[in-house]
Write a protein that binds this ligand. Sequence first.
Ligand code: HEM
Length: 433
Amino acid sequence: MFGGGDETSRRAVLKGAVAVGGAAALSACLEETDPEPVPSGPEDPSSLSERQHAWNDRVRTDDHGNTLLPRHQLLLYLTLPGDGPPEAAARRDVESALRTLDRAYERSSDGLLHSLAYSPRYFDRFGVDLPASIDLPEPRALSPFEAPEFDRQDALLHLASDRADVVLAAEEALRGNEPTANGRDLESALTDVFEVTDRRSGFVGAGMPAERQDGLAGIPSSNPVPEESPLFMGFVAGFRKNQATEDYVTLSDGPFAGGTTKHVSNLRMRLDDWYGEQSFEERVAELFSPVHAADGLVDGVGANLGDDSGITPEMIDEIRQHARRFGRVGHAQKAARANRNEDGTVRTLRRHFESTDDDEASLHFPSLQRGITTFEEVREAMNGTDLADVPTIRQRVNNGILEYVFVKRRGNFLVPPRSQRSLPTPTGETPGI
Ligand code: HEM
């Protein structure tokens, strides 16, 4: 398929394999890597965590204990036929397909991480409200300057692995295009029940954005994304101490105890001015805080920060004074204002990754928290609308990174615990399983 072994086009196919998907992309991966065997999952999946979102112990970590998300990621947005609630047979098919995945792949970055989540629109099918304790509103615009499309598909399947071939092989099996996944027979495909109505892909990790930047819309033609950066904007994110724990974001009671909520946005990036007009110090000031820039706290992509971004209570409390003194405010500094509870505990667990979908640089931004309202509050803090009365600060200028990111889509989902992951009712039952 490489037209006589043309090495350049071969590498291009591999880089884009998960973005493109399908049998040809899968065989391109398999031909390239002569892959190691993929570790299998347990024979008895009940030994797995009840939390579908329990990924942190299953991924690589860096020298500071920060989790490193799987390098390849896929979001499959799924729609059920008709308007009514699903039938027990559909539920059994979904569970059977997911159990096969559980057995086929070790739940880890070397194998496969996955989770299936449901939208408010899905629960509406039952004509019964979700319990009031479940904070799962329909998605809405979260800033005065965005007009996103809303993802209201029934369900969202998230697949992630350090191996592109694993993500692609799992997808092919779930779509019924392959009879097996890692040697395990599938009795039913996910597409026996759902239609895949949207497919979005991504990646995260040092080297991956730089490798994909050439010719990409949103990235200046000078290809400025540093080789060591896991993200297009040139810095690391997701320090351990600035992330909520999985325990904290887990619902502790109610019919979906053990689950969590997931907001997923998609933001387009336009980084011409980010790299073209801003110095390194200005980028540090706008992404972290002006004090980070003034005190030289960030080297290169910021790995020197260790396990904490260095956002202090003072930077949060004195943001207005900083705005006046430095003429700008930082993204992390602003968002942190709403991202702590009364005792300082972090409220959201961000698991964002980059994308070249539609041939433009973008970001898929899943965030886990106990309730969607928490995410909405954090996003409002990131908007910094309350700071735009400071003379140098405008809604999207000198106001964190808002000048460079544009929200395209938003969706809200409930991630049930594993035992309720297959087409649950609003009261958490799974009749027929
Ligand atoms: C291109 C887009 C984005 C980039 C490159 C980015 C990058 C960063 C970086 C480097 C940090 C500081 C390190 C850390 O704590 O992880 C940070 C913090 C943070 N960001 Fe973003 N971010 C982006 C979009 C967003 C969006 C859309 C939200 C949604 C509200 C968000 C919410 C946060 C929060 C809550 C923090 C932590 C603040 C704290 O509590 O300390 N970010 N981000």
